[in-house]
Design a protein around this ligand. Structure first.
Ligand code: SF4
Length: 232
């Protein structure tokens, strides 16, 4: 006991600080949960920077809280992607169309797709069996470089080859979340669009959302008639 005495103030201080840190984390977690629940219900994001930093920093705790309060893991991931898109929106709009690219996963194509894989991804024939052909055509009219890709290695290769400053990435939830985070690390402005249905074949993209994002920052006179409705 006598040996511990000189250190008691330090031990007490460390103990108090630990309790304070744990308390701050738990309170922050609950604040983030309330903001996230509000975002899910209303579609509005409040304090996006704080939310994104908090959700990523406290990812383990936040996922546990989400589950505890009846939310799905997918709700957590969707909020991360939406936050990232919200924060990137202004910067994305400032990038000229010639420096933007779109990555479309090949799982969106029809099972009967007649296209073949080339060095830069699938060469879509716009056969009409799936919506990829029409989507690609409209995006190319806007001026985008469009890639229909079978995997993330193609994305890395095309980024190295063409150095886009901004990208639109379409895919399943986990792919989009990881893609958006990876892009942030390499200074590329990424906007992620999560598929409406997942799986390995004949998945469904949220094309309305793709086009809404694609026209951001583009002069309305350069937007084709079919896409005017997506201008905000
Ligand atoms: S539209 Fe393109 S991607 Fe879709 S099935 Fe036809 S060739 Fe394949």
């Amino acid at each position: 006991m006598s040996l511990l005495n000189p250190y008691m103030p330090v031990i007490t201080l460390v103990g108090e600080l630990t309790v304070l840190i744990i308390l701050s984390i738990v309170i922050s977690g609950f604040i983030l949960l309330i903001l996230a629940a509000y975002a899910i219900k209303s579609g509005n994001l409040l304090f996006p920077r704080f939310m994104r930093a908090g959700l990523l920093f406290l990812e383990g705790l936040m996922r546990a809280l989400f589950r505890l309060f009846g939310f799905e893991d997918s709700d957590f991931l969707k909020i991360i992607v939406t936050l990232q898109n919200t924060l990137n929106r202004k910067a994305f709009m400032a990038v000229p169309i010639s420096e933007r690219a779109v990555f479309i996963p090949h799982c969106l194509r029809s099972n009967a797709c007649p296209a073949h894989l080339h060095d830069e991804g699938l060469k879509c024939r716009e056969c009409g069996l799936c919506r990829v052909g029409e989507g690609k055509r409209l995006l190319e009219i806007l001026g985008y470089r469009v890639f229909i890709i079978p995997g993330s290695s193609f994305i890395k290769r095309m980024i190295k080859r063409y150095h886009p400053r901004a990208i639109i990435g379409i895919g399943c939830l986990m792919e989009v979340k990881e893609g958006v985070e990876m892009s942030t690390q390499v200074d590329i402005i990424a906007m992620g669009i999560v598929n409406l249905s997942d799986g390995c074949v004949e998945t469904t993209a949220d094309w309305d959302q793709v086009f809404r994002i694609a026209v951001l920052g583009i002069d309305p006179k350069d937007v084709p008639d079919e896409m005017i409705k997506y201008l905000e």
